[in-house]
Design a protein around this ligand. Structure first.
Ligand code: HAM
Length: 413
């Protein structure tokens, strides 16, 4: 026998018994984001590698360690590890800056990161997200967070923690970075290898380190003092205060987390995450923030922007499992041609219908019907000769005989 091939490590099949959860999440995303005026965009899964090294940032783990990159026709190509950079490219390339602001886009689809697989972390995973372009005021940040929370509520996920922080702007952040470096310098040798690397390139990312020995260092009072200092400039502070006011007014509960720095380089001012206690160590279902410099960095006119993305696998693992949908009807008959024709008539009227393709015994067919359908449509000798059908409600056990033409009218679907 030929060798059986297996799915790649860190990737998963989404099987028919689980697909209704995925379809439900996708349907809700469309419904809820549309109510906020977001329109769906679909960008390619492959992009030129430079989009991510320039967009996501070449000091990030994503770009340094996690990208699936290959060469084709002398071009370096990468499977998208996230979709903000791709949406920004499309926004610029398609002249969306000429549209009146805000331009509001949402997306869903697979992303690829070569990470160590574990519960809640895959190499191919799916995100659903939104991006809003053209508004610098904190109203945009508030609206994006509101859209995230109401989408989560529509999935039945109410019990989640919203964390926010402000990273300031490149100007005020520079001073903070220098102070952080100065206070960490005496401990440099004790830092993990990743943090040693980040120390020069992107010291803010040290705050996000999950290694225990590094976390211990950050607990030292002199380091805590720098972390907790209000480093952001007046303008950034006003923006942050305004955002908090809007969230308060909208009844969105949040907590401020000074250690929240996010793993991508493009953020400024607002960053946020939405976390669940029921997800283990990979506890973020949503991550996002403002990225006012990315459009210009990728060659467009300077345009403020804010957005988020959520991991669909993580969302689904938190949702209550939904029963697979039953068929509307299953035709029970040993008159194959009649069954074939009647099934098609019902399908043309929008019903989901199957019948036994192998002409099994009547009782076997009825057994199958009660497992897979809401109604059994019985075509016995009597029904066939009178162009009728017996409809058996498989939940209630009741049965009526009607003309076939009236069948659909008699159903409660
Ligand atoms: P991110 O924090 O890298 O942000 O990813 C967002 C969410 O995607 C995470 O909170 C998590 O739920 C999910 N996720 C990330 N990596 C994995 C993985 N390996 N396996 C399973 N789920 C994962 C971004 O991607 C930004 N583009 C978000 C954004 C949009 N910021 C502004 N606009």
């Amino acid at each position: 026998m030929a060798e059986i091939l297996k799915v790649l490590k860190g990737t998963k099949d989404i099987l028919p018994q689980d697909i209704n959860m995925w379809q439900f999440v996708e349907k809700k995303a469309n419904e809820i984001f549309s109510t906020y005026g977001f329109k769906e965009i679909r960008t390619p899964i492959i992009e030129v590698t430079e989009l991510f090294s320039r967009g996501v940032g070449d000091t990030t783990d994503i770009v340094n360690k996690e990208m699936y990159t290959f060469d084709k026709s002398d071009r370096s190509i990468t499977l998208r590890p996230e979709n903000t950079a791709g949406v920004v490219r499309s926004y610029i390339e398609n002249g969306m800056s000429r549209l009146s602001a805000p331009v509001k886009l949402w997306y869903k689809g697979p992303m690829f990161r070569y990470e160590r697989p574990q519960a809640g972390r895959q190499r191919q995973f799916h995100q659903v997200g939104v991006e809003m372009f053209g508004i610098k005021q904190a109203t945009a940040d508030a609206e994006v967070i509101l859209a995230a929370v109401s989408f989560l509520k529509s999935l039945g996920l109410n019990d989640l923690d919203v964390e926010i922080n402000s990273l300031g702007c490149p100007v005020c952040r520079e001073d903070f970075k220098n102070r952080l470096k100065a206070v960490l310098k005496p401990y440099f040798e004790e830092l993990c290898d990743d943090c040693k690397n980040r120390y020069e390139k992107n010291p803010l990312r040290l705050l996000d380190c999950k290694v225990d020995s590094c976390k211990k260092i950050f607990e030292k009072p002199e380091i805590q003092q720098v972390i907790n200092s209000d480093f952001i400039c007046d303008e950034c502070n006003n923006h942050y205060t305004e955002l908090k006011l809007y969230l308060d007014k909208m009844g969105i509960k949040y907590c401020e987390n000074k250690l929240l720095v996010r793993g991508l380089d493009y953020y400024n001012r607002t960053v946020f995450e939405i976390k669940s206690n029921n997800l283990g160590s990979q506890n973020a279902v949503c991550g996002g923030g403002r990225y006012d410099n990315l459009v210009a960095q990728l060659g467009g006119e300077p345009t403020p922007a804010v957005g988020f993305a959520m991991g669909m696998e993580r969302l689904i693992s938190l949702m209550e499992k939904q029963e697979s949908k039953k068929l509307d009807g299953y035709i029970v008959s040993n008159y194959t041609v009649d069954a074939l024709i009647f099934a098609e008539e019902l399908r043309n009227q929008g019903l989901s219908v199957e019948f036994d393709l192998t002409n099994k015994k009547f009782t076997k067919q009825l057994e199958k019907a009660s497992k897979v359908a809401k109604y059994a449509f019985i075509l016995g000798e009597d029904e066939v000769s009178n162009n009728q059908v017996s409809i058996k409600n498989l939940e209630q056990g009741t049965q009526i005989k009607v003309d076939r033409a009236n069948c659909v009218k008699m159903l409660e679907l």
